[in-house]
Design a protein around this ligand. Structure first.
Ligand SMILES: Cc1ncc(COP(=O)(O)O)c(C=O)c1O
Length: 366
């Protein structure tokens, strides 16, 4: 199939990215981290797209990339020299892959259990390499993470005692605070959460353990955690492309991507239906918003249908193109194979979403 040259030639549903808005977002975040002592470690899981990650690294202020899975880390190891898997890696197969990756770049893994630690330690030993470790601390999100204080210290001591592992420090993701609408509440509670992390970092050092890295933060708290003394890096991801959920809390980043659909039906004056249902745009953070169509509201998403209420006077007809702004960046992008890269109406490139899904299952069939 020939590559489309304009928006109207792109088969729908499709992901389109406004390359100038993307560049502005990337530059704005890099600019923020150009001053102060904290650095940026963009989260690759948001877009899973090497072409975007490369641009984030080129923009500067970065210490490397953050990933959520081993598959993502494998996707970036060829062009990034320092990767943090900010997640627990469990199972000998995955731990062996992490150990193998350390031959391509520095790899750090989050750990929150003795069992997990033994597995990654054994894999590193088998491979004859050293894997870097951050102890994952629960700073209030209540997902993974050991409790701050003594529990973290005990796990950190064990890390330091395993020859194939190197204790680098702590991470504590304040995920429960990212989307708080009140700036004051977001600030107060983020400061409280980061104090748990920093007090624990001091405890480690007081006990003679290294704690060079204290990693935290996301798009909703980058300018709070990123300005707290002692936090060394921030793991923000969504800022590059933005969604309506984050737009609702008043961040200085623009919508840089959308899902392009085609109107396939206008069964009533006040209703049209487009071909971009929840197999192309997720609704876990609410229905998407219609771009550039005053008064239009997405009322439901089915597999391959977006039902949209429109003003009866709207000049929407079957065959028209429509753009929806996703409410959640990460899972929406994960549904697609490529980004069509737009400069206004022109397709200037097509970027593979190389790490979408779980790439390790893409075996070559005979
Ligand atoms: C461990 C971790 N760090 C950071 C983030 C921040 O990502 P974002 O900036 O997209 O909110 C996430 C998002 O879920 C996460 O799970």
């Amino acid at each position: 199939m020939a590559r489309p040259r304009t928006l109207s030639e792109i088969p729908t549903p499709a992901l389109v990215v406004d390359t100038l808005a993307l560049e502005r977002n990337i530059r704005r975040m890099a600019g923020f981290f150009a001053s102060g002592t904290c650095r940026l470690r963009p989260h690759f899981k948001a877009h899973k797209t090497p072409e975007i990650a490369r641009r984030q690294l080129v923009a500067g202020s970065c210490v490397g990339l953050t990933c959520a899975t081993v598959g993502e880390a494998e996707s970036v190891a060829g062009f990034c020299d320092d990767v943090l898997i900010a997640n627990e890696v469990v199972g000998p197969g995955k731990c062996d892959r992490v150990a193998a990756l350390t031959r391509a770049c520095a790899v750090t893994v989050a750990v929150d259990s003795f069992a997990g630690l033994e597995e990654i330690g054994a894999a590193a030993r088998r491979a004859g390499v050293v894997v870097r470790i951050l102890v994952d601390v629960n700073v209030g999100q209540g997902r993974c993470g050991v409790m701050p204080g003594e529990e973290t210290l005990a796990l950190a001591r064990r890390v330091a005692s395993i020859g194939s592992l190197e204790l680098r420090g702590l991470m504590g993701y304040e995920g429960h605070l990212q989307a708080l609408h009140s700036r004051t509440e977001r600030e107060t509670r983020t400061h409280e959460a980061m104090q748990l992390l920093l007090t624990t970092a001091r405890l480690l050092r007081a006990n003679g353990l290294p704690c060079q890295v204290v990693s935290a933060g996301g798009t909703g708290t980058y300018d709070i955690s990123g300005r707290i003394d002692g936090i060394t890096e921030v793991q923000a991801g969504s800022y590059a492309l933005m969604d309506t959920d984050y737009a609702g809390i008043g961040l200085p980043f623009e919508h840089a991507f959308s899902v392009l659909g085609t109107v396939i039906s206008r069964p009533a004056r006040n209703r049209c239906v487009a071909d971009c249902g929840h197999k192309s745009i997720t609704k876990d953070h609410g229905n998407p918003t219609v771009k550039n169509l005053e008064g239009a509201v997405v009322t439901s998403l089915n597999d391959e249908h977006a039902t949209i209420t429109i003003p009866p006077t709207a000049a929407v007809k079957v065959g028209d193109r429509i753009e929806l702004l996703p409410s959640h960046v990460d899972p929406t992008i994960n549904l697609h194979d490529v980004f069509y890269v737009m400069e206004e109406d022109r397709v200037v490139d097509v970027w593979p979403i190389a790490a979408r899904g779980y790439p390790e299952h893409r075996h070559r069939l005979p």
